[in-house]
Design a protein around this ligand. Structure first.
Ligand SMILES: Nc1ncnc2c1ncn2[C@@H]1O[C@H](COP(=O)(O)OP(=O)(O)O)[C@@H](O)[C@H]1O
Ligand SMILES: [Mg+2]
Length: 375
């Protein structure tokens, strides 16, 4: 017996493009306006909201308009070498400007090799920094940034997850260096994205820091109703029916996180349902959350008992965290004890302050798991 596998119209986990991407036309227009006028921007939004998808799609538009574009993902960097590596990954041997660009940087050229994939024949640049001192790496970074000036009239540099620059222990060198070039380069606009709101807010508003008032910041918005319609259309395209209320309910359950909306929808399709309604969405979400139990348990066991209780409290009573009754119910000794637990949880990137001063979970599925696992 054979079954014809339906192509799943939903994707999650990685940035999306093409049919899997719902354009954010209004945001794109605003962002383009700023960048075309050389106003540097920071896009701040929760993780898994679609920032990387948005900027990579936007870069396509800028490419078509003749910009030279760099996409620099610094989520996993731990050093200046890593930063330089990521910066140079934006170069592509197939683009003639890339070759020329390297030629013009004497400090960089000897470190670069042209690698050819044995199987595909694809060319890429390799960078060897093993024997390069920290001082030289810093010099190369400065040379590369400085030479952006030679790349024509319009250059756009995107630095994704840019709060990471603050985690490199260099007494702010990279932050200050970027700022210097943001001011110097007359042909280059910078677009930063970040998910750690409090860190970025401090970078931009603390007058002792290099980025003080150097960028316009924009909150990455949630989707409007168009997302609900789009999701329904995706279901309809493979013969699955459902209504808008079901999708709205799902969006609510996952703090309107597009990644999780798509994830649950993916599972619904994979399970072979033909009609979606609220009960089946809830069951599917519960299943997905359960699959993550092990990771959540591991996370919990790394916390103090007060922190664990504070998390349970935040999951169940997000709007009344400091209510007296709740402290008692969750066995937390005092308001200061709760405050300090919440602060630690924010430092660990488990909780975040939302725009309305409310406390929200970095991972909405963790909140759901906590509600279910301890009910
Ligand atoms: N514009 C979009 N249209 C459809 N799905 C989206 C969109 N933006 C994000 N998503 C969903 O969110 C997931 C994560 O997107 P990503 O761009 O990696 O988010 P972030 O960079 O904010 O963490 C994607 O895999 C996709 O499921
Ligand atoms: Mg991202």
């Amino acid at each position: 017996m054979t079954t014809v596998a339906t192509k799943n119209p939903f994707r999650f986990g990685n940035p999306v493009a093409g049919d899997y991407y719902l354009p954010r036309a209004d945001l794109a227009r605003t962002v383009q306006q700023f960048l075309q006028n050389r106003i540097h921007l920071v896009l701040i939004g929760p993780r898994r909201f679609g920032k990387t998808s948005f900027v990579t799609n936007l870069l396509g538009d800028f490419d078509r308009e003749g910009y030279t574009t760099f996409f620099v993902d610094i989520f996993n960097i731990t050093s200046h070498k890593d930063f330089l590596n990521q910066l140079l990954r934006a170069l592509n041997p197939k683009k003639s400007w890339s070759q020329k660009f390297i030629e013009k940087i004497p400090s960089l050229k000897p470190k670069i090799s042209l690698d050819i994939d044995q199987q595909t024949g694809e060319q890429s640049f390799g960078l060897s920094l093993e024997n390069t001192s920290e001082k030289d790496v810093k010099n190369i970074i400065q040379d590369v940034l400085g030479d952006l000036e030679k790349l024509g009239e319009n250059v756009l540099v995107v630095i994704d997850e840019f709060q990471k620059v603050t985690e490199i222990e260099d007494e702010g060198w990279l932050e200050a260096t970027l700022r210097t070039f943001m001011q110097q380069l007359k042909n280059t606009s910078f677009l930063f994205t970040g998910s750690r709101k409090s860190i970025i807010y401090d970078m931009l508003n603390n007058h002792t820091r290099p980025f003080y008032r150097s960028c316009q910041s924009i909150e990455f918005p949630s989707f409007g109703n168009e997302f609900t319609d789009w999701i329904l259309q995706r279901f309809n395209s493979i013969g699955i029916s459902g209504d808008a209320d079901t999708i709205k309910h799902l969006r609510n359950l996952v703090q309107d996180t597009p990644n999780y909306v798509q994830m649950v929808c993916f599972h619904l399709v994979a399970r072979g349902v033909t009609h979606i309604d609220i009960p089946i969405v809830e069951r599917t979400l519960a299943l997905v959350v359960k699959q993550n139990s092990y990771a959540y348990q591991t996370l919990l066991s790394s916390l103090t008992s007060t922190q664990q209780r504070a998390l349970r409290l935040a999951a169940n009573e997000p709007k009344h965290i400091f209510a007296k009754d709740n402290l008692k119910k969750y066995e937390i000794s005092s308001p200061p004890a709760l405050s300090s637990a919440i602060k630690s949880l924010k430092d660990k990137n488990i909780l975040e302050a939302s725009s309305r001063g409310q406390i929200i979970f970095d991972d909405p599925l963790l909140a759901i798991w906590l509600r279910v696992a301890f009910s």
